[in-house]
Ligand binder design. Sequence first.
Ligand code: KG4
Ligand code: ZN
Length: 337
Amino acid sequence: MSEKDIFVLGIETSCDETAAAIVKNGREIIANVVASQMESHQRFGGVVPEIASRHHVEQITLVLEETMRRANMDVNELDAIAVTEGPGLVGALLIGVNAAKALAFAHRIPLVGVHHIAGHIYANRLVQEMKFPLLALVVSGGHTELVYMKEHGMFEVIGETRDDAAGEAYDKVARALQLPYPGGPHIDRLAKEGKPIIDLPRAWLEEGSYDFSFSGLKSAVINTLHNAKQRGETLRPEDMAASFQASVVEVLVEKTMQAAAHYGVKQILLAGGVAANEGLRTQLREQMKRLPEVELVIPPLSLCTDNAAMIAAAGTVLLQQGKRASMALNANPSLLL
Ligand code: KG4
Ligand code: ZN
């Protein structure tokens, strides 16, 4: 290769993972460090913003040093620093943004601001080169979106949740079933042992809409559990998990298939923490038979949940497109894609 290799440092602190990574040419992970705070939040049943910020402050320097050490690189060898500027918890985002600005300023390195969801989508590029046009199904604790991409760096949200995110619904239903936080993996595990025999709604919304809604489903689960308890009946948690998962997965997969066919995409990318869901992966793979010419890409679990390699990957593309942030870059908790 005659062109010079591009090395980008990614920084991610939007929620409860303090993460840094170095990615080469937007596709190859050189180092990838994630410090999770999950245990600190578990006893509260969700992420506590104040605690998250404190952990980020404690961890950020250590995580950055560890990343440089693992990559065996010097900061001056970096071509850019990419950081999640939003959306997320403002106090958490600020730690990453300020660390990135300090490094970029001190070493005179270009700075790039990255949207967290763009990062989740670009996690796929660390596995497989993107083929446009493509459709990304982004499902996480804070997001449920169908994103159409005509080319690199161009994101069109064609559908999104009108209430709860898919991961949020998993976590709330898990809480109703008295499972630990985060509940997604626990429901996923229980669902395998149960049968989807409990009748629960599917929110298809208006004809042709690619939007989602999960709050009615969540309420239906809570009401069903409550009514059973009042009648002195016991519902098997495994069956409830299987029935809930069947409803979520059916709607996610069906809308993704319809959108993929309608937009004539070459690839479907799965992104976000809920992409770890076995039921979703299996059902998507199964339904892909309907679109034999479309390629399905699913990143490994470690790249589905929050990490900084995905931020570096997205940041590389933005850098190549000449999109630089100034020293005025700020955390934006409600940044639009
Ligand atoms: O992307 P992520 O790590 O953080 C956000 O940006 O939100 O996603 C976390 C979410 C949580 O709601 C968690 O319960 C869910 O992903 N999750 C799962 C599974 N693993 C994680 N949901 C369903 N099934 C899973 N196996
Ligand atoms: Zn995320």
